[in-house]
Design a protein around this ligand. Structure first.
Ligand SMILES: [Zn+2]
Length: 203
């Protein structure tokens, strides 16, 4: 199933009401209410890379309210990344492409078969392309996510060596290893994530 089908299936299941209250402990009060109350279904735009084109689609995210402490949470399906327009699967795919290749630069990652990955306009012409700095921002994002405590806690396998060509400072080296660890965790579980709704997503 490709990412477009995954998102379409998710959208259809929300529209048809085929979903249920999450079976988790509240991230705020650390208790388990009888159920979480559906607070809102929020429309959100997603970007996904199909070959060398960035496609845009819409889907929904569910927000749940804890009956015990009243905190709202946003439920992110496995393809969605909090605060990022690109789908998590592409963030991880490009991240892995960069981290697991000894010689590939950020500029090399944003090419598919030698062609830049572009944002098509209304005529399907690409004049804007994914910047190599986007891949660096993906690394920061993945490294940040590696700090999240997961339930249940899953140990990452040993992170493979990253080519020293990719860093000069210890700070950047540490960040890349964190990003790689997160990438491995994503590939292991691809789970749903829950985040307290403390700020509004950029949509
Ligand atoms: Zn709570």
């Amino acid at each position: 199933m490709d990412i477009q089908e995954v998102i379409t299936n998710h959208t259809n299941s929300i529209i048809k009401g085929h979903f249920s209250s999450p079976d988790i402990i509240c991230l705020c009060c650390h208790q388990k209410p009888k159920f979480f109350k559906l607070h809102e279904s929020r429309k959100r735009q997603f970007r996904m890379i199909v070959e060398n084109i960035v496609k845009t689609t819409f889907s929904f995210l569910l927000r749940w309210r804890c009956l015990l402490c009243n905190t709202t949470f946003t439920e992110y399906p496995p393809f969605a990344a909090p605060h990022k327009r690109f789908v998590l699967t592409d963030i991880n795919r490009l991240g892995q492409k960069y981290l697991s290749s000894d010689n590939l630069s950020y500029r090399g990652v944003v090419k598919e078969n030698g062609d830049d990955i572009g944002y098509p306009d209304s005529n399907d012409l690409c004049e804007q392309f994914i910047s190599h700095s986007t891949v660096w921002r993906f690394m920061i994002y993945l490294a940040d996510r590696s700090q999240i405590k997961r339930q249940p806690f899953i140990m990452a396998k040993t992170v493979p060596l990253i080519s020293s060509f990719k860093y000069r400072s210890n700070k950047r080296k540490t960040l890349l290893y964190k990003a790689f660890k997160e990438n491995i965790l994503f590939n292991m579980q691809a789970d749903k994530m829950f985040f307290p709704d403390l700020e509004t997503d950029s949509t």
